[in-house]
Design a binder for this molecule. Sequence first.
Ligand code: 6PG
Length: 429
Amino acid sequence: MSEPLSDFGVIGLAVMGQNLARNVASRDHKTSVYNRTTDKMTELIAEHGSETLVGQETLEDFVHSLAVPRKVMIMVKAGKPVDYVIADLLPLLDEGDIIIDGGNSLFTDTVRREKELSEKGFYFFGCGVSGGEEGALHGPSLMPGGSEKVWNWLQPILESISADDFSGGKCVTHVGADGAGHYVKMVHNGIEYAIMQMIAESYQIMKDGFGMNAGEIADVFETYNKGKLASYLFGISVPILSKEDPEGDGFLIEKVMDKAGQKGTGRWTAIESYQRGGELSTIAQAVNARVSSSEKEKRIEYSKLYTPPVSSHEKLDKDRFVQQLEEALYVAILVSYAQGFDLLEKAAEEQNWNLNFSEIARIWQGGCIIQAKILGTLQDAFLEDSEKPLLQIESIQQSVSAGWADLREVNKIGIDVGVPLYCIGAALT
Ligand code: 6PG
């Protein structure tokens, strides 16, 4: 008797691809895997191979191991590599087969690929995958875009592998046509940049303005993470900041070079806002902050030339500031989400995508990097009124108004103590 065919295939076995394939296989969907360099595949199978996770040495064997319509997920670096894999695959596939791109592809590439492949009789899905390596293995947030008909075929598999939302649903939905899924993932990443930058600014103002060390700041974030700022990003900041230097005194974070790079999805989001003419200041400023961070040598030269006057905050009440900062961050983060959703609305109109904002707020509730308690509030707000921009919905307007004074106060203190507040400042503006 011949072996049963696989329900799903994954090409590209770097850690994201490996973990995603293991996730699918663990949900009782037989999964074939293939990698251009065979060693990666054999290592994965040696360690995790099973009845439902099988390796193939050649692309031909891989394709023949799949049940039709074949469902092939490509997990390779965004850009040219995706085109190369598609070009190799096409001659082996049959009409009606489905290719899913799970990388952080630029949405215009996804629109182009979807068009080219549908003209040839194939289906193409651009699927945002968020949650890093852990998410890919245990439950990511998935943002698939492509044809409605194909969504029905993919839905059971994608639902089985994705994270849970706040009400027991799954963090996946059919986002829209062609590039909609990758667009939503791009905006997700832009918001991710802004929130990370706001966390960095909070760290710096507590450190430089109030003389707090990384351990004390970790304690503050731990408290925030039990309240309305509860989120993955605040959560991971606690162990990062509290880690002591294993080779010396003090906290490890204080020894890490303050020089950050970027893969580019935040930059794409900012560029999109300029092209479409919608304000996205918090995300654009997060990109600016990354650029400034990367220019360490220049910053060192400037610091030799300029000694800005700064005030001491010895007389200020630290405990009160920590409370004000929590309120300020809540508003600033709300503004950043609101700007992201405003961009989605503009894009939806221009690209003819039927985006459902409460659904997007729902599928970001688990698995992804920006998962946060606040997303429950946003989902409810969009259910309250799906037509208005977020900042015009009454419940959100009330939250912003309630924290406005604290946001202003935090910005004033930032200016006084000489800490640049790119994103927290942009949110106030
Ligand atoms: C995710 C992340 C992941 C990564 C981004 C941003 O959702 O799992 O967004 O995709 O964090 O690629 O990377 P950079 O910050 O390096 O640009």
